[in-house]
Ligand binder design. Structure first.
Ligand code: NAG
Ligand code: NAG
Ligand code: NAG
Length: 737
């Protein structure tokens, strides 16, 4: 026991001090009594003397074993060095110094130990919650182990303490350990394991070493899960992103691999997120995600299936297209999912394409220009790719609807007069889809569908006819002709065109009245205003004309008032006023009578003013072609004037007698005035009576000079008689005679 040894050395030291005090020659050692040396270290024992100039030294062990050290003497000092210290050095060393007859001896106890390293902590396995684990605390190369005490703590709490009190059979370095088995709990995370070793070789300062180890508690990976976006079922060229998660402590490291055909795994990534792009069919297979941490691994598999991408064919525009006759249309066949497709076009009934095909890359176009009736087919585009064929069709439908409808009226709109509206839609196809609607304002007047069978493909002109009776209220309303070409597709809007016409309803002229100022019977030279008015819509235009003898009209003026500043005899006649507008004509007439007083009367006698008895004498009176003039032929006599019975102003004396001689007077007379002419006829007696002139000649004379005025007069009298009712032709003739 260490205590015992100290007591022994203590006693000898006391003896030595007492002895030295009595001697001048003294010996000292360093260390004084005892030293503790660690195996492997170097230790020196020094023995020095006083009171002697050249002492001699000797060293030995108490049991006389070898020194196992080197001695070096330096004057009054001797140094025993043990390097390295070994078990053989554990002795009590005695230093003997001799000075002449003086001899001094002093011993130093050398104790050895070994405690070179901190204890080691070993775990039987990584710490896992709930799994028992054995902790081993190990103190290596210890000597003397019977002085060793070891303790194991978790945090502050002691788990185990042990002293190693077994007997030591021999001196040797031994490794001692302390073991304990425990089951970690989650609360142990963050705590420390402390292994403490104490070597009690120095009562006052035991050697102590300790090792601290933080408790690393693990949770084996579990619940490894994979999420795949967008799907595990993919098409060539697609990309997929797979994310793997795994629970554990420490957080598991994620490894992505692909299972090869031979079952081996091919490492792909150490990233939790694995993205595969532009996938090919060969990329199909089982993908493995493994969560790994120091205490375990957990895997999950997912199978990706990459399918060949089917190519698609699309034809535009739509499954059907309507094209205008004469226009152009482009049919486009586009392929997706095939790099170099081959195209072919045909019609469903294998008629000629009548178009231009252009194929480039993944697209082919068929251009129909100009579109004609030959193009009304279903066109098919066939695409071949990777030995597969796909076909898509498009129905080309034709239409023609190039112009707005035309509105035609059978005539101008006249109030109350039926009118036929004709609404015509030119060059339509297909007309069995045509609808024409006629509206007045918002009101439908008529509506027609042209549902007749089409015998052949042709542009046709279709029209809608309707008769209606316009009234003045219709003026300002709008007549709409609306044509709709319906599509065979229900959902699409019909093509629509319309024309409009604003209605103006005319009213035919009527109540045409003439105002004559001052009168229709005038004296030559006086002025006259003929004013005409007429009702109607639009306001009638006035046209003044004069009626010629043949009955035809000679236009004079378009003013409402016709003025003759100074009337002449030739202005007599019938004047016609016409009120005219689009809707019709309304006329009225007035007769102007210009009166002239008789003048230029000629009273002639044939053959001469001096005739022979028995001659035929013609006395004729003419009054310059003036109508409305009476001619009165008289024979003057003292007994009274005789009115001669003249025919048209001519009086014939068949066989002149002497009594026929005398003064003849002709009076021309009308309402305005009169003129007189007279002549004297001289009749001489003769022997034989003989006619000198043929009756034919006489007749000819009468015709040329008298008949014309006579007829004029008769007409005049006749009219006068009709107008007044009281004037008789018979009377007129009578008064003339
Ligand atoms: C994993 O991938 C993501 C996204 O690509 C990237 O941001 C991250 O740095 C990667 N992590 C590792 C460990 O490679
Ligand atoms: C209407 O117009 C069409 C086409 O111009 C024509 O064939 C038809 O005879 C017309 N009808 C009438 C009443 O004008
Ligand atoms: C004819 O009309 C003109 C113009 O209104 C007028 O000056 C003239 O007096 C009229 N004459 C007669 C005879 O009414």
């Amino acid at each position: 026991m260490p205590g015992k040894m100290v007591v022994i050395f203590g006693a000898s030291a006391v003896l030595w001090i007492m002895f030295a005090a009595s001697q001048a020659f003294k010996i000292e050692t360093s260390p004084e009594y005892r030293t503790l040396a660690q195996i492997g270290d170097s230790v020196s024992l020094t023995c020095s003397t006083t009171g002697c100039e050249s002492p001699s030294f000797s060293w030995r062990t108490q049991i006389d074993s070898p020194l196992n050290g080197k001695v070096r003497n330096e004057g009054t000092k001797s140094i025993l060095t043990m390097d390295p210290v070994r078990f053989e050095n554990e002795h009590s060393y005695l230093c003997t110094a001799t000075c002449g007859s003086g001899k001094e001896e002093k011993g130093i106890q050398v104790d050895i130990y070994s405690f070179p390293k901190d204890p080691e902590i070993h775990l039987s396995a990584p710490l896992q919650v709930g799994k028992p684990v054995t902790v081993k605390c190990l103190a290596p190369d210890v000597y003397p182990f019977d002085r060793l005490e070891m303790s194991l703590l978790k945090g502050d709490s002691l788990m185990k303490n042990q002293e190693f009190l077994e007997d030591m059979d021999k001196k040797s370095l031994e490794t001692k350990s302390l073991e304990i088995t425990f089951t970690p709990v989650i609360e142990d995370i963050g705590k420390v394991l402390v292994c403490r070793a104490k070597l009690h070789i120095d009562e006052i300062n035991p050697k102590e070493r300790e090792t601290v180890k933080e408790l690393q508690v693990y949770i084996s990976p579990k619940n490894t899960a994979i999420s795949v976006h967008p799907s595990t079922s993919l098409q060539e060229g697609d990309a997929v992103t797979m994310t793997c998660s795994s629970e554990g402590l420490p957080a598991p490291e994620i490894l992505w691999s692909k299972k090869l055909d031979n079952g081996n795994l091919q490492l792909l990534s150490g990233n939790a997120t694995l993205t595969l792009i532009a996938m090919r069919m060969e990329d199909s297979g089982i993908y493995v995600c493994e969560g790994i941490n120091p205490v375990g691994r957990n895997r999950k598999e997912v199978e990706l299936i990459v399918q060949e991408k089917p190519f698609t064919v699309d034809i535009v525009p739509g499954p059907r297209v309507t094209a205008q006759v004469g226009g152009s249309v482009v049919l486009t066949c586009a392929v997706e999912g095939c790099e170099s497709p081959s195209f072919s076009w045909r019609t469903q009934i294998d008629s000629p394409l009548s178009g231009t095909v252009r194929s480039e890359g993944a697209m082919s176009t068929l251009t129909l220009n100009p579109v004609s009736f030959d193009h009304e087919h279903s066109y098919l585009c066939t695409v071949t790719c990777r030995q597969k064929k796909l076909e898509k069709g498009i129905q080309v439908e034709l239409y023609s609807f190039p112009r707005d409808p035309e509105i035609e009226m059978s005539g101008p709109l006249v109030h109350g007069k039926p009118v036929t509206v004709n609404c015509t839609v030119p060059s339509v196809y297909p007309f069995d889809h045509l609808e024409i609607e006629l509206l007045k304002g918002e009101t439908t007047l008529m509506n027609k569908f042209f549902l007749e069978e089409m015998e052949r493909k042709a542009l046709e002109t279709k029209s809608l006819e309707m008769t209606f009776i316009p009234t003045t209220e219709d003026t300002g309303k709008v007549l709409v002709c609306q044509a709709k070409l319906h599509s065979s597709e229900m959902e699409s809007d019909p093509k629509q065109r319309q024309s409009t016409q604003t209605l103006y309803v005319n009213v035919a002229p009527k109540d045409t009245t003439i105002l004559v100022s001052p009168s229709h019977v005038l004296v030559e030279g006086s002025p006259v205003n003929l004013t005409c008015s007429s009702d109607g819509f639009p306001a009638p235009k006035i046209l003044w004309s004069r009626q010629l003898n043949g009955g035809e009209l000679q236009p004079l003026s378009e003013d409402t008032t016709l003025t003759i500043i100074s009337t002449k005899i030739e202005d007599s006649g019938i004047y016609v006023c016409e009120g005219i507008n689009q809707a019709g004509i309304s006329k009225n007439t007035v007769e102007l009578i210009i009166q002239v007083s008789p003048k230029d009367i000629q009273l002639t006698v044939f053959p001469s003013e001096s005739v022979k008895e028995g001659d035929t004498v013609i006395i004729s009176c003419t009054c310059g072609n003036l109508p409305e003039t009476w001619i009165i032929l008289k024979k003057k006599a003292e007994t009274g004037d005789t009115v001669l019975k003249s025919v048209g102003g001519a009086y014939t004396i068949r066989k002149a007698q002497l009594e026929d001689a005398g003064v003849y007077e002709c009076e021309s007379k009308n309402e305005v005035g009169s003129q007189l002419r007279s002549l004297t006829l001289d009749v001489k007696g003769r022997e034989n009576n003989k006619d000198y002139f043929s009756p034919e000649l006489l007749v000819l004379y009468c015709v040329s000079s008298l008949i014309i005025p006579a007829i004029g007069m008769i007409i005049y009298f006749a009219r006068k008689a009709n107008m007044k009712g009281s004037y008789s032709l018979v009377e007129a003739q009578k008064s003339k005679v």
